[in-house]
Design a protein around this ligand. Structure first.
Ligand code: GLG
Length: 833
């Protein structure tokens, strides 16, 4: 309050308030001003990078002006807010998105042209903000776009990693990881050196009894690390709402702790402490769907949860409301179990710091939190060892035990005859060492738990969380099927398609209400429309072909069928099935006569994705793909009929080039393993067809677009368990066509067979857990159907148009509204001018 300017002086202040550029001329003025002053460059030394920085700074000014107003508006109306806690935000590039969202891209294009630059080149200077692994992190980014677009008062909270997901290089066919030092030249963050929080680790807990006998706990003598806030403005599309993403960065606390060492002359170790503290936010863990129990990761989680909670509580306390109103003012969404400690931290603040009674505090906590589960894979479910937590967070472990005790008591009361249920649902797993099951803690501390697609949410209720459905009843568990933002994934990635749709629909309203897309189905027989549609696909394929040429050196034929699988490399996503299918195709072509070859549909098989650095099998799959590419791409017997391409360093900005360019894409996880998948939606929205299993959101995509517009294959989720069981008991015969593929690998067709023996053995000898052999025949037969369908271009085009028209359901805006209505209970805050 003291920092606010006294009323009589505000008039002068307002007169000088920053204003926004509103046309090309004003944009140019801002651009040149930033280049000449902020960047200290001139017209004699302005390269594309400087032009990018200048443009970004000009747009940043606009965003921050609206950001300020939005924050004031939200503070003033003081209605319920959402806080989205995610350890990952896979944002990609910001400039193009900012230009489109504020509606000034054309002004910028013309302005840049006047000053000697092409907007596309300028946009391409930007480094991706890659603070995430895959779908989970990208979903968080789509949430931010959508929450701002729909005017929800919402903040994201995350970590400001110094290194985002590593850059992938392919050297001699192997993945090599290069650190992604992305913060240089990043104009999108605002350091808030005045917003800091001291975060404690280690130490011990003292029990204190006051005169009335009341017992309180004090957590003392730990190490203290400082969290500093960095804010990133998030502009909505076609609205002035500009929300905040707050990322925390760690450094040594400036408190007395360090000074003691400095005074003792121990300068070196004081600096080492400093570096130690900075390690907390140094690196994003590069595992997708895999948890490894490292202490530094737990430190990251607590550091970020504690800083965010402190910030949220501080903001709430300024309103002077009663604690009981906390859940009426605040909803906190946990993106996976990574932020589950926030539940414990809020309980700790309420009882240890604010003096509330346990039950009152716990009531507030459970009404505030809700939890999204993204996977049923056992290796991805977080568990922390009790000794580790005891050491790092002694008070939190006590509180967890207490939560567990009260929970188990209530379960025992309800199920007095069931002896096993207590050990099954206990937060503490009785193993050696004991483990804290974070998903259980998240369920118990939340009022809603949701899965990310129908099948996935059903599996949660019938398998993983079955006991909890019994205990709490079905109302705590729900489904919200994922979506994607049409702003980035249609308008930005595929501007021509977006323009064509806008032309037919009489404007861009569909970007705010994607269900309006259904109106384009009326044009499915319109000749001019169809021609334009296929021209756009061709242009997008050419754009990708150019990228492939410049990065791999290979020429690909834009008339060929482009078949794409881009996503993290994982055995459950089955890139191995794809590459085995490609080898099968290669062997078949080689066995053909010249006459037969004429009937073959030429294909470009495109792969992309990163393997976790420690995931050996995934790296082997990448190696095989690259080795197959080496052999196939230079085989004169094959020529243009088959090309295999591995696109290095798949990321958000590459996805924007790849998704619009596919004819077909692959979403072929073993049924029951993929939570939702979201690239499936991106591809269909861009007019590509898909081949997929009955898994994740593929099922609902099928329901929406119609069975005749998708290529489904493979065993169903309900049969998987039985098949695995049969494999285990030796009832397993490898598919003969797959055997032919393995024979080729084993005769060193793609280099040393030893390099791939683990991969073939996992199927032949170790039970084929992901059912590659079981699904192989169905997979290749379905690919034959794809080829056949592609030969009828007229029908293919109709499928493409119809599918896009029916994709309205998969807008992130629908998702956000569902969360707002049925989980958060928050209202939008519309902007009045
Ligand atoms: C998870 C799942 C994906 C899901 C995504 C977003 O594996 O299937 O689409 O979250 O909910 N780890 C992930 O990427």
């Amino acid at each position: 309050v003291e920092a606010s300017i006294p009323e009589p002086l505000r008039e002068a202040w307002r007169k000088h308030s920053a204003s926004e550029f509103t046309n090309k001329e004003e944009f140019e003025t801002e651009l040149v001003r930033h280049i000449e002053t902020t960047l200290a460059r001139s017209l004699y030394n302005c390269d594309e990078l400087a032009a990018y920085s200048g443009t970004a700074l000009a747009f940043r000014d606009r965003l921050i002006i609206e950001w300020n107003k939005t924050q004031q508006r939200q503070t003033f109306t003081d209605q319920k807010r959402v806080y989205y806690l995610s350890l990952e935000f896979l944002m990609g590039r910001a400039l193009d998105n900012a230009m489109l969202n504020v509606g000034m891209k054309e002004a910028a294009r013309e302005g840049l042209k006047d000053l000697g630059f092409r907007i596309e080149d300028v946009i391409n200077q930007e480094h991706d903000a890659a603070l995430g692994n895959g779908g989970l992190g990208r979903l968080a980014a789509c949430f931010l776009d959508s929450m701002a677009t729909l005017n929800y008062p919402a903040w994201g909270y995350g970590l400001r990693y110094r290194y985002g997901i590593f850059k992938q290089e392919i050297i001699n066919g192997y993945q090599v990881e290069i650190p992604d030092y992305w913060l240089d030249n990043n104009p999108w963050e605002f350091p808030r050196h005045e917003i800091t929080v001291d975060i404690q680790f280690y130490g011990n807990v003292k029990k204190i009894q006051d005169e009335n006998g009341k017992i309180t706990h004090s957590w003392e003598d730990g190490e203290v690390v400082q969290a500093t806030a960095y804010d990133v403005p998030i502009p909505g599309y076609g609205t002035k709402t500009t929300n905040n993403l707050r990322l925390w960065s760690s450094k040594a606390s400036s408190g007395e702790f360090d000074f003691q060492k400095f005074n003792a002359g121990d300068y070196e170790s004081a600096v080492a402490d400093q570096q130690n503290a900075e390690t907390i936010s140094a690196v994003l863990y590069p595992n997708d769907n895999l948890e490894r129990g490292k202490e530094l990761r737990l430190k990251q989680q607590y550091f970020w949860c504690a800083a965010s909670l402190f910030d949220i509580v501080r903001r709430f306390k300024k309103t002077k409301r009663a604690w009981s109103e906390f859940p009426e003012q605040i909803a906190i969404q946990l993106n996976d179990t990574h932020p589950t400690l926030a539940i414990v931290e809020l309980q700790r603040i309420l009882i240890d710091k604010e003096g509330l009674e346990w039950d009152e505090a716990w009531g507030i906590v459970t009404k505030t939190f809700s939890y999204t589960n993204h996977t049923v894979l056992p290796e991805a479910l977080e568990k922390w060892s009790v000794p580790l937590m005891q050491n790092l967070l002694p008070r939190h472990l006590q509180i967890i035990y207490e939560i567990n005790l009260f929970f188990l008591q209530s379960v025992e009361k309800r199920f007095p005859k069931d002896r096993d249920i207590l050990s099954r649902v206990s937060i503490i797993e009785e193993s050696h060492p004991k483990m804290v099951r974070m998903a259980y803690l998240a369920i118990i501390g939340s009022h809603k738990v949701n899965g990310v697609a129908e099948l996935h949410s059903d599996l949660l209720k019938t398998t993983l969380f079955k006991d909890f459905v019994e205990i709490y009843g079905p109302d705590r568990f729900m489904n919200v099927t994922n979506g994607i933002t049409p702003r980035r994934w249609l308008h930005q990635a595929n501007p021509r398609l977006s323009a064509l749709i806008a032309e037919k629909l009489g404007g861009y309203d569909f970007l705010k209400d994607l269900t309006l897309l259904d109106k384009i189905e009326a044009f499915v027989d319109d000749k001019a429309f169809r021609e334009e549609w296929s021209t756009i696909k061709r242009e997008n394929k050419l754009r990708l072909a150019k990228h492939i040429k410049s990065t791999t050196g290979f020429d690909v034929n834009p008339n060929a069928l482009f078949d794409v699988q881009v996503k993290r490399i994982h055995e459950y996503k089955r890139q191995q099935l794809n590459i085995f299918g490609v080898i099968h195709r290669y062997l078949s072509i080689k066995a053909m006569s010249a006459e037969e070859k004429k009937k073959v549909v030429p294909r470009v098989q495109i792969f992309g994705g990163k393997a976790a650095p420690g995931y050996w099998m995934a790296k082997t799959i990448i190696h095989l793909i690259n080795k197959v590419a080496e052999v196939v791409n230079k085989d004169p017997e094959v020529g243009d009929l088959l090309k295999v391409i591995f696109i290095e360093d798949y990321n958000v900005s590459k996805a924007e080039i790849i998704c619009p360019a596919s004819d077909i894409s692959e979403h072929i996880s073993t049924a029951g393993t993929e939570g939702s998948g979201t690239s499936n939606m991106k591809f269909v929205l861009n007019g590509g067809l898909i081949i997929g299993t009955c898994d994740g959101a593929n099922i609902e995509i099928t329901r929406e677009i119609g069975e005749q517009n998708i290529f489904l294959f493979g065993n169903l989720a309900e049969d998987v368990e039985d098949l695995r069981h049969r494999h285990f008991y030796g009832d397993f015969k490898i598919d003969p066509q797959l055997e032919r593929v393995f024979d080729a690998i084993k005769s060193n067709t793609f280099g040393d067979k030893g390099d791939f023996s683990a991969l073939t053995a996992s199927i032949e000898e170790h039970g084929d857990y992901y059912l590659v052999s079981d699904d192989f025949n169905s997979y290749i037969t379905t690919h034959d159907m794809v080829d056949e369908a592609f030969q009828n271009q007229e029908e293919w085009l109709a499928k493409s148009i119809t599918s896009v028209a029916r994709m309205g359901f998969f807008s992130m805006d629908r998702v956000t509204n569902e969360y707002a209505d049925s989980i958060w209970n928050v209202e939008p805050l519309p902007v009045r001018d």
